[in-house]
Design a protein around this ligand. Sequence first.
Ligand SMILES: Cc1cc2nc3c(=O)[nH]c(=O)nc-3n(C[C@H](O)[C@H](O)[C@H](O)COP(=O)(O)OP(=O)(O)OC[C@H]3O[C@@H](n4cnc5c(N)ncnc54)[C@H](O)[C@@H]3O)c2cc1C
Length: 401
Amino acid sequence: MDTCTFDVVVIGAGPAGSRAASRIAGAGRRVLLLEKRERIGFPVRCAEAVGPREDVERYLTLDDSLVSSPIHGVLVASPGGERFESQMRDIGFIIDRELFDRRLAEAAGRNGAEVRTGHQAVRLLTGNGRIHGVTVRECNSGAEYDVRSSVVVGADGIEALSPRWAGLKHSFRPDEIFSCAQKLVSGLDIPRPFMEFHLGERFAPGGYAWVFPKGGDRANVGVGVNPSRARGKTAVDYLEEFISHRCPGGTRHRLIGGGCSVARGLPTLATDGYVVVGEAGHQNNPFSGGGIINALEGADMAAETITAALDSGDVSKRSLDAYSRSWKKAVGRTNDTFYRAARIFYSLPDGEMDGLIRKLIRTPGIVHSKGVNPSRMVLAIMMHRPSLVFKLFGSLFPSRR
Ligand SMILES: Cc1cc2nc3c(=O)[nH]c(=O)nc-3n(C[C@H](O)[C@H](O)[C@H](O)COP(=O)(O)OP(=O)(O)OC[C@H]3O[C@@H](n4cnc5c(N)ncnc54)[C@H](O)[C@@H]3O)c2cc1C
């Protein structure tokens, strides 16, 4: 078996992995970026929504080829059919996700990272109490080889195995994953480029259905459901019903499906010689499932810590845990609040959700031009029905794993 050596091996060329590889290689380190798929970013498993321009452009310039549609507002349809609309001109964009992922990987290559597609990490190399590389399978030939490195970055997404190989307390509970299905639908009348969210048992029990404009008469139309509330139906069943209701006469194109994490954050994101980033590290927003920008932000924090650790020659858990702390401070705590709010919100029966949505929409300061204020949302949920306070505090200490 051949062996080669890098400073850092990154598993997975999604946004998290490509960005981490790019930043670490840009700091002058030898980086190998592994992607098991032959074609980066394909097939797309995403509704392709990102936030405001300034948030995205910290990582990649949003030129016209990347933007399918700007978003100018949000529409929320309550289970009882009430519709609440808010114009929000700067809220974000629907992007071309395949091109987005490819551009990020190309940036890593330009910064000096070696990108190998069709190469899958199959296990970690361990010894002397730490991780020091990966075994890689070349997907076409099945040939395996070892790559030694000072640090391994697990950026392997929702299907991640590397955190468990590394011994981190990682697994997705079934009720912490939205089971998603989506079709591109054309022939729609889209008067304004608003993102639509539809709530309730009928179309998306325990989650939501969406219509995100893709430009012209097209939209990504999808559902994310909590599998434990699905009453024996699949996400595709719910999707077909939703499209028939919301987009009658629309032409249905390619179906995509997949899981999306709405999990609670991990207690730690590092161990000796290993860090986890992006969806593999439970970094998605647990209320919406959105994870692209969080993955990029997590990648930057991980890269900064790894580069400093390599400079100091100390890649122990103690040293790499600086990244766990910076994540917790910058995003993790807010994500914890979103997690608590989501546990309550998505568990409400339809009738109660109707009343709560009415209240949330009208409470000043919850919805602003760029999104939602999580603390105010939790406060409003508690004030809506004081008994929810007990549920909320219960959810602070959920029984886990
Ligand atoms: C239907 C759906 C809709 C979504 N919509 C949105 C949205 O509108 N906005 C948003 O922000 N987020 C959305 N998300 C979530 C978003 O797609 C993820 O949070 C994001 O892709 C996470 O990025 P990542 O780099 O962590 O993981 P990924 O993008 O999943 O990348 C992981 C990569 O690792 C590769 N890989 C896995 N295992 C190995 C291995 N052993 N060896 C080598 N390579 C490996 C995979 O092939 C993959 O390319 C959606 C998710 C779903 C399922």
